[in-house]
Design a protein around this ligand. Structure first.
Ligand code: ARG
Length: 408
């Protein structure tokens, strides 16, 4: 009886060719798994195509809800943005897909999983490290890394096996998308000096063509998770979709980033992440109001660690669980509302409020109602400045020369 392999299947040329290749090269029966992470595909067509090409079984799973609650929201609470620019859409979807691949492999009695990644990217690392954590006995096969075919070769291979090849063989770009963001690489974008042509963008309007009136929105949070829009409670997935729509219409969320891949390559990436751009800014603004200076500073050191961990495929690790415990604790009072203005590609926070706000009007105001005790300031300054004064007296590191006034 031939062995079985579960293949992460997108419906595209490479993973379709991989069905046949796994069959021919390793004599494996291929079960395909196509995961709906909000990438607006025709999932039924993908399933039919997998079966037509020769898969013994084709599974489609809707994982949108899980992506939002178990992957995106923890990263949002952590403030995780890779290299300060990339909100990690692709990177967050990979451990989820790896988990579903491993689960299907166990349920179907397969002893391997396969993915369509090449050997140059981050995604191969994320899939394989995640599978190693979840089901270390599973083998991993990466056809596109092994077969050594160029795109032309792959097209020839597909045609010779009766696999449908798109008429104009794909767009000039390599695109990955899910409900948190869209990533575009290759083609003219490989020259980091070249401005991205307008046809790169699919989710965001060109700021030159956005409405002349700004959109004002209010996002509500509970314990760090977004829960409402303009006062109406909406579950996470629907909330992201609504914010995506309004932010995209106003051209918000375009990111042009030269990023450092885990495998040592610098790569020029364009991202469209309208909902992520709004929610990251709003969440940060609410933390500004509800965390102390020390909590915020320490959390800001954790954020890039968390982002690197997600980017580098270390989702299923003890460290991620430890950081989540810390971050969850920091979110106890991150409840309230943030008001944003979306206009001509810009997203600006223009207001924030919370029942747990640490902002005290009585302390901050210069008007009536000031109850800050200004009489306490001299004593504070005396003690705060004491070491500076002592050093000045003893070591004179920057004391001015004591010039006598003329004629004295
Ligand atoms: N550079 C991003 C990451 O490593 C996106 C990679 C997928 N993008 C693509 N166009 N295939 O997470």
């Amino acid at each position: 009886m031939p062995g079985k392999v579960v293949l992460a299947y997108s419906g595209g040329l490479d993973t379709s060719a991989a069905i046949k290749w796994l069959n021919e090269k390793y004599g494996l029966d291929v079960i395909t798994l196509t995961v709906d992470v909000g990438n607006e595909k025709d999932f039924l067509a993908a399933r039919d195509k997998a079966l037509a090409v020769g898969a013994v079984k084709a599974i489609v799973k809707d994982a949108k809800q899980e992506l939002v609650t178990d992957y995106i929201f923890p990263a949002l609470k952590a403030g995780a943005v890779y290299e300060g620019r990339y909100p990690l859409a692709t990177a967050l979807s990979r451990p989820l897909m790896a988990r579903l691949l491993a689960e299907v492999a166990l349920a179907e009695g397969a002893d391997a999983i396969a993915h369509g990644c090449t050997g140059k990217g981050n995604d191969q690392v994320r899939f394989e490290v995640s599978v190693a954590a979840l089901a270390p006995h599973l083998k991993v096969i990466a056809p596109a890394r092994e077969w050594g075919m160029t795109r032309e070769d792959t097209i020839k291979y597909a045609l010779s096996r009766g696999i449908p090849v798109p008429v104009k063989s794909g767009s000039a770009y390599s695109i990955d998308e899910n409900l948190w963001g869209r990533s575009i690489e290759c083609g003219v974008l490989e020259d980091p000096w070249t401005e991205p042509p307008e046809d790169v963008y699919a989710w965001t309007a060109s700021p030159a063509k956005t409405p002349d009136q700004p959109a004002y929105i209010v996002v509500g949070f509970e314990r760090g998770a977004p829960v409402s829009l303009d006062g109406v409670t909406i579950p996470g997935l629907g909330l992201i979709e609504k914010i995506h729509e309004v932010a995209g219409r106003h051209g918000v969320g375009r990111i042009d980033h030269v990023e450092n891949r885990l495998v040592g390559i610098k790569s020029r990436e364009i991202y469209e992440a309208p909902a992520a751009t709004v929610l990251v800014a709003a969440h940060q603004a609410l933390e500004d109001l509800t965390l102390t200076k020390e909590q915020a500073r320490f959390k800001a050191r954790v954020a890039p660690e968390y982002a690197d961990l997600v980017y580098n495929g270390q989702w299923f690790t003890a460290l991620r669980q430890d950081l989540d415990a810390f971050i969850e604790s920091t979110q106890r009072f991150v409840t309230g509302e943030v008001r944003l203005k979306l206009f001509k590609g810009q997203c600006c926070v223009i207001g924030r409020r919370s029942p747990f706000s640490l902002y005290s009007h009585g302390l901050a105001t210069y008007d009536q109602g000031d109850h800050f005790d200004q009489g306490a300031a001299p004593g504070f300054i005396h003690l705060w400045g004491l070491p500076v004064k002592t050093q000045a007296q003893v070591q004179q590191i920057c004391t001015l020369p004591a010039n006598k006034p003329e004629g004295v």
